[in-house]
Design a protein around this ligand. Structure first.
Ligand code: NI
Length: 174
């Protein structure tokens, strides 16, 4: 396994639509392993392949808490087949938008079809944090970021702050 670099905004790749996986082969499994290692090291609870520069419809998620047994979920070619009318609000962040958080309202539960690590067809009914996390990651596969769900005012504020941060980091490097 190897840790990969996580792309951050305004990298244009983050706005691209990812392609479906045609075969869950060794290359895909290696990518899943690398993504998991990258996500754990970040640390984060979800990561989409596009965030490490690969435009494939692949997601890893692990909602286990610190000190608990790891519980990775490998999701390939996810299709959300149901979203509840009821909404739930979480404060979301994103490894591609460092240090910025905002409340986002999303359907509180959803049903998802996908392929697992072994290429087997699976279906899960997700609710609460898992439902939010899956929807956040599926958004990534469609070039959508959590800030797109915010008002223009809030989104612009986050973009401005992120730009400033990047500038500050540059200054230190130089
Ligand atoms: Ni994200």
């Amino acid at each position: 396994m190897a840790k990969k670099q996580i792309l951050t905004i305004p990298d244009p790749l983050l706005r691209k639509v990812s392609e479906p996986v045609t075969s869950v082969n060794t290359e895909v499994k290696n990518l899943l392993d690398d993504m998991l290692e990258t996500m754990y090291a970040a640390p984060g609870i979800g990561l989409a392949a596009v965030q490490v520069g690969v435009l494939k419809r692949i997601i890893v998620i692990d909602l286990s808490k610190d000190g608990e047994k790891k519980d990775p979920l490998f999701i390939i070619n996810p299709q959300i087949t149901y979203k509840s009318d009821e909404l739930i609000s979480y404060e979301e962040g994103c490894l591609s938008i460092p240090n910025q958080f905002a409340e986002v309202k999303r359907p509180s539960s959803c049903k998802v079809n996908y392929l697992d690590y072994d290429g087997k067809k699976r279906e899960i009914n997700a609710d609460g944090l898992l439902a939010t996390c899956i929807q956040h990651e599926v958004d990534h596969l469609n070039g959508v970021l959590f800030i797109d769900h915010l008002s223009k005012l809030k989104k612009d504020l986050i973009l401005k702050k992120t730009k400033k941060k990047i500038k500050e980091i540059d200054r230190v490097i130089v």
